[in-house]
Design a protein around this ligand. Structure first.
Ligand SMILES: [Fe+2]
Length: 264
């Protein structure tokens, strides 16, 4: 069931990255897409966030070549993480929504035609198996699309742009921010995610969520970057070395351009 446990401590090369293309969203759809309430996210925040209204994609696509993140994340890891896990969540979600079993459609008919964010909001903390499955798979499709865009080749290191200013005003300096982000990712018990988010007071926070949960279900938070700490994200390359993996991701792959885009 959805893990509500939240630990509160309190972006791809623009030339390579087109999130709408990546997600199969037309520019027109993205431009007009504003939904009222997304899992507690304010309408204003949702409207400004790039992943605020995401149709279920017809197919998935990485924003870079599968060899581009090596050696921090190898093509072998991506072949399973993206090729099996991420695609599997999408396949599962589509199959669930295509089911004609009355025991399933009782819960899924209201999800037809909805965006990923709307499905996540409608099924969060629901107890019936169909809603729970819809929640987990929709959230994991969304989380992974957001995660791929949170990474880029030759990323990481000192931030630039508006995110750099916010890091300094929220955490003192980049070193303090980096330490807290790595600690949140390494310290997340079991499966889950570490997130850099913007709160309603326009301050950055670093949080972690369990399983498929994300800041979309927490009122007032706008996700800016994420790090996947499910074992499938690193085990083939690092075995149990989550700390080494997370540190390398932060220092070599984080996509500050994506964070700045999410700031609007
Ligand atoms: Fe993952």
């Amino acid at each position: 069931m959805p893990n509500k446990k939240i630990s509160t401590e309190a972006e791809a090369n623009p030339n390579q990255f087109n999130r709408r293309e990546f997600l199969g969203i037309s520019a027109a759809t993205a431009a007009v897409a504003v939904i009222g309430e997304i899992g507690g996210m304010s309408e204003a925040a949702a409207a400004s966030a790039p992943f605020s209204s995401t149709p279920i994609p017809a197919e998935l696509k990485l924003p870079w070549a599968d060899t581009a993140l090596a050696p921090t994340i190898t093509a072998n890891t991506l072949s399973f993480h993206y090729g099996k896990h991420h695609k599997g969540y999408l396949t599962n979600l589509k199959a669930l929504l295509a089911s004609t079993d009355p025991l399933v459609t009782k819960y899924t008919k209201k999800l037809q035609g909805k965006t990923l964010e709307e499905i996540i909001a409608a099924t969060y903390n629901k107890k019936d198996p169909s809603s729970l499955s819809a929640y987990r798979n929709a959230a994991q499709v969304w989380n992974h699309s957001f995660y791929w865009n949170s990474l880029k080749p030759n990323g990481g290191g000192m931030p630039t742009g508006a995110i750099a200013t916010l890091i300094n005003s929220s955490f003192g300096d980049y070193t303090a921010f980096r330490t807290k982000l790595i600690a949140a990712a390494v310290g997340q018990f079991g499966t889950g995610w570490a997130w850099v988010v913007l709160d309603s007071k326009k301050k950055l926070q670093i949080i972690s969520t369990g399983d498929a949960d994300s800041p979309l279900t927490i009122k007032g938070l706008t996700p800016l970057l994420t790090i996947d700490v499910w074992e499938h994200a690193y085990y083939l390359d690092y075995q149990n070395g989550r700390s080494a993996h997370v540190t390398a991701v932060v220092d070599k792959l984080l996509n500050w351009d994506f964070a700045n885009t999410n700031l609007g």
